[in-house]
Design a protein around this ligand. Sequence first.
Ligand SMILES: CC(C)(COP(=O)(O)OP(=O)(O)OC[C@H]1O[C@@H](n2cnc3c(N)ncnc32)[C@H](O)[C@@H]1OP(=O)(O)O)[C@@H](O)C(=O)NCCC(=O)NCCS
Length: 168
Amino acid sequence: MISISPLLDTIENREATFKWINSEDVRRGILRNEKTTWPEHENWFRRLRDDRKNIHFQILDDDCAFIGCISLKNIDWENGSGELMIYIGDAENRGKHFGYRAIKLFIEHTCFLYFNMRKIYVTVSAENIIARHLYKRCGFIEEGVFKDAFFQDGKYIDVIKMVRISDE
Ligand SMILES: CC(C)(COP(=O)(O)OP(=O)(O)OC[C@H]1O[C@@H](n2cnc3c(N)ncnc32)[C@H](O)[C@@H]1OP(=O)(O)O)[C@@H](O)C(=O)NCCC(=O)NCCS
């Protein structure tokens, strides 16, 4: 069984996440063009604990190995909404339904039951077919398309907002 728990500030976690968030496929998936420097990354880790608007969790596989991260960002506690972001760090761990299981667990347990959220949304590239398919399987529906919203690989791409509401 996979599990998720708050992202711990250890040197191993700093190094693994540094490698992953700078890899091309993760950056493409999470819509980030710029690479992160090590000092920026260390600063990000230092601020983790005090950040109430962005909360990050580590995804552990059946053998408790750290395989990726799932986050709730831009949290609006008053209105019960937040933006989900996920990546499975290494390509060999993708396509094994870790993403599906992590999202289901995170949304239904952490976001809806524990945080009492009402609405979880994702912003995903129209070209990220795997993520769109995955979010749909996890009960997200498309709420809108933002035309030419992000510049990637030398062209503008559409970005889709997908949402899941707690009791729908
Ligand atoms: C998106 C991501 C988190 C998915 O995690 P994962 O563990 O690989 O996903 P899963 O194995 O749970 O599910 C993948 C689904 O996509 C399907 N899929 C795989 N390749 C596909 C393709 N080329 N076209 C269509 N569907 C595809 C799989 O069959 C599976 O669907 P199924 O459950 O109906 O069989 C992972 O690919 C990733 O980290 N990508 C880079 C970062 C990223 O894009 N994050 C999302 C930001 S919005």
